[in-house]
Design a binder for this molecule. Structure first.
Ligand code: MG
Ligand code: MG
Length: 251
């Protein structure tokens, strides 16, 4: 069941979104060689709690961190660790959520550590651009969820990369994951109708190689099957009469 939000609820979601976006900026500022993913996670948790919110991911399904931090061929759900030290050339995905006022925010981005390869930079650029293409596909006069995924997937494939199929975007609200699913692939004109008051996390996960993924034995970390690099870009987006509003965008 899709839970549509009224203007008052979207105002609350803006607060959760802002804190989420700020937490991601805190992470971005820390990205450099020698930093551990646990150090980033601790700073994120500190920022969220200092803002009066709760880290949405901490304890979610038993997840042990406040952020998912995934490196290179890791797609999503990387567990922050003192043993994971960033090194020059890595690409790092940070995925974070904050809960306050009864609502969640959810946002992710991919950052390069020092100088990264041209291929890695292209993957990051294609992933962010595919999100923007997905946003541009949103219409409230008959538009469908499938329009978003179809646009994202076409853009990604045109650029020689592939979208992950096993994990998808989702509704966001009082629960971190609500209906509907928002896949990064699909068919234009299919899926639930897009309407004012829907709040969805649009989050392309893009592999430089094939779209297959595997779960590591830690039961969390998702990696590309072929070992290729993967990038992630996500905002929580409210569909308003004035157009899509990126609740987690602060920069
Ligand atoms: Mg997320
Ligand atoms: Mg999400």
């Amino acid at each position: 069941m899709i839970i549509v939000k009224n203007d008052e609820q979207i105002r609350h979601m803006k607060v959760a979104g802002r804190i989420t976006g700020e937490a991601l900026l805190v992470a971005q500022e820390m990205i450099r060689e020698g930093v551990t993913t646990k150090q980033i996670d601790e700073k994120i948790r500190h920022h969220i709690e200092k803002s009066g919110a709760k880290p949405s991911f901490l304890g979610y399904g038993g997840f042990p961190g406040s952020a998912c931090i995934s490196i290179n061929n890791e797609v999503i759900h990387g567990i922050p660790s003192h043993d994971r030290v960033l090194k020059e050339g890595d690409i790092v995905k940070v995925d974070v959520g904050a809960y306050i006022g009864g609502f969640h925010g959810d946002s992710a981005n991919t950052f390069g550590v020092g100088k990264i390869s041209a291929d890695a930079q292209k993957l990051i650029d294609v992933t962010k651009r595919s999100f923007e293409v997905g946003i541009a596909a949103i219409t409230l006069d008959g538009g469908r969820v499938g329009d978003i995924g179809a646009a994202i997937d076409e853009y990604v494939r045109t650029n020689g990369c592939s979208t992950v199929k096993k994990y998808v975007g989702h509704g966001v609200g009082a629960d971190l994951h609500e209906d509907p699913n928002v896949p990064n692939f699909g068919t234009k004109g299919r899926g639930p109708r897009l309407c004012r008051g829907m709040v969805i996390a649009i989050e392309p996960m893009v592999n430089a190689g094939a779209d297959g993924v595997l779960e590591r034995p830690d039961h969390w970390t998702v990696v590309t099957k072929d070992g290729s690099l993967s990038a992630h870009y996500e905002h929580t987006v409210a569909l308003t009469a004035d157009g899509p509003l990126l609740l987690t965008k602060v920069d």
